[in-house]
Design a binder for this molecule. Structure first.
Ligand code: SF4
Length: 204
């Protein structure tokens, strides 16, 4: 992509030096910040970090800022408390501050915000009141299946998730040691998805 565009303006003589002003202007190129670009969940990290770091400037109390940050994270990822514990945080590898004084502790902050959401019993919300008649079946209640079901349910689709095991969670439940991911944290974040209307059928 060209970095400059010709705005087709006549060359102007700038007073008093008489220097010519180029008709070329820089082209604005929107790009992903390196932290968000490295996040597999596509998190808007700068948005929720800024909301916390500059809560006073935005007229929010710290608690209001944490709640706002939580709502921004769950737009893309319904598992902030889980990811705050088990994600290998590639976002921090992309952090520009890494070369200066160390990456921003995004993963630890995500865990804090996720735990705040559980403590305060924050609820996932629908994007609209629209209700579709088409029913959707999702096979597998692992993190991908549950995230898919969540995104469909919040858009108004009736969703049923079919799971072969006795409980939902997939690798989060059966593959990650308890000391890394306590079950009460996992269960709390799954429960929020079912409270949104997602039906779970285990042992199927
Ligand atoms: S720690 Fe969170 S923000 Fe960072 S890459 Fe993982 S899910 Fe994305």
């Amino acid at each position: 992509m060209a970095l400059f565009k010709d705005v087709k303006k006549p060359i102007i003589k700038a007073a008093p030096t008489g220097a010519e002003i180029s008709p070329l202007r820089p082209v604005y190129v929107p790009k992903q910040p390196p932290c968000g670009g490295n996040c597999p969940a596509g998190a808007e990290i700068r948005t929720w970090l800024t909301a916390i770091a500059q809560h006073e400037a935005y007229g929010r109390t710290p608690e209001q800022a944490y709640e706002f940050a939580w709502s921004k994270i769950v737009e893309r990822n319904p598992f902030p408390a889980v990811c705050g514990r088990v994600c290998p945080h590639p976002c921090e590898d992309g952090c520009n501050r890494k070369e200066k004084d160390g990456a921003v502790a995004i993963n630890a902050l995500e865990r804090f915000v996720g735990d705040f959401g559980i403590q305060k019993a924050l609820k996932l919300s629908k994007l609209s009141e629209q209700k579709y008649e088409e029913r959707v079946a999702v096979v597998g209640a692992g993190p991908a299946g549950l995230s898919c079901a969540y995104q469909l349910a919040r858009r108004g689709y009736p969703v049923t998730v079919f799971e072969a095991f006795a409980k939902p969670g997939g690798m989060l439940r059966y593959g990650i040691p308890r000391y890394r991911l306590p079950l009460d944290v996992l269960d709390a974040e799954i429960q929020r998805i079912t409270e949104l209307g997602v039906e779970l059928k285990c042992n199927t």
